[in-house]
Design a protein around this ligand. Structure first.
Ligand SMILES: [Zn+2]
Length: 226
């Protein structure tokens, strides 16, 4: 089984940004892992789901890692210290440092850069151009480890995923996210589900989440797209 990749851009450190696409049809769903490099478990799960199916069963577009610089360095940010999930040119983008937390109960006190301006990073621009070309009807962005499904529209797909994974449905993550990918998608009227993995051990995580991710890849949810 050999899924083929296509390079759609480069990171600030020069690594390729790659996408897996179904052959011969336009994908309706785009699934993306690891916009935060310290949440690379999302890449591991997504990769395992992808490799469990044959290329002819792939119906969605898949970006295993939206932040290869961060994955290689084990950091949340890209190679220039920018939190890519705060670098989108949205109306609420802010130049002030981004404060985040590693764990749900931690204080939000680790500072990162949102970039020189919205869209300053090559990764951000490449993903915006890609989405412009693909026109997906739904984007699912994987994160960790707040254990919730975030969908401001409370769509039936999001509700089903929450039910299947025993996670809470929320309309937002509970704090402001200026310049986030989710904010950019909302401003462009692209439905987006932010899928926050839990912090359970890896084997339990695979048992619960691989079937859901596999269904997202193979078109199981397409009939629910509005
Ligand atoms: Zn994240």
């Amino acid at each position: 089984m050999h899924h083929k990749t296509r390079q759609f851009g480069k990171t600030e450190n020069g690594w390729p940004l790659e996408i897996y696409e179904p052959s011969g049809l336009a994908p309706k769903i785009l699934i993306m892992g690891s916009i935060h490099g310290d949440e690379s478990l999302s890449t591991v799960l997504l990769s395992e789901a992808l490799r469990s199916i044959s290329p002819s069963d792939l119906k969605s577009a898949v970006i295993l890692s939206a932040n290869p610089d961060g994955i290689l360095a084990g950091t949340r940010c890209n190679g220039r210290g920018v939190d890519l999930n705060r670098n989108y040119p949205t109306s609420n983008w802010e130049a002030t440092p981004v404060y985040y937390r590693n764990r749900p109960d931690d204080p939000q006190n680790i500072a990162l850069s949102p970039g020189r301006s919205g869209g300053s990073e090559t990764e951000t621009r490449a993903i915006m151009e890609l989405i412009d070309a693909l026109q997906p009807q739904l984007i699912v962005s994987l994160h960790g480890f707040l254990a919730c499904i975030d969908d401001p529209d409370s769509s039936s797909i999001a509700n089903d995923i929450a039910l299947r994974t025993d996670m809470e449905m929320v309309p937002d993550v509970g704090y402001a996210t200026p310049g986030s990918f989710g904010s950019w998608c909302k401003e462009h009227n692209i439905p987006i589900i932010t899928y926050e993995l839990p912090s359970t051990d890896i084997l339990k995580m695979k048992e619960k989440h691989l079937p859901v991710l596999t269904d997202l890849l193979t078109g199981h949810y397409e009939h629910k797209l509005s």
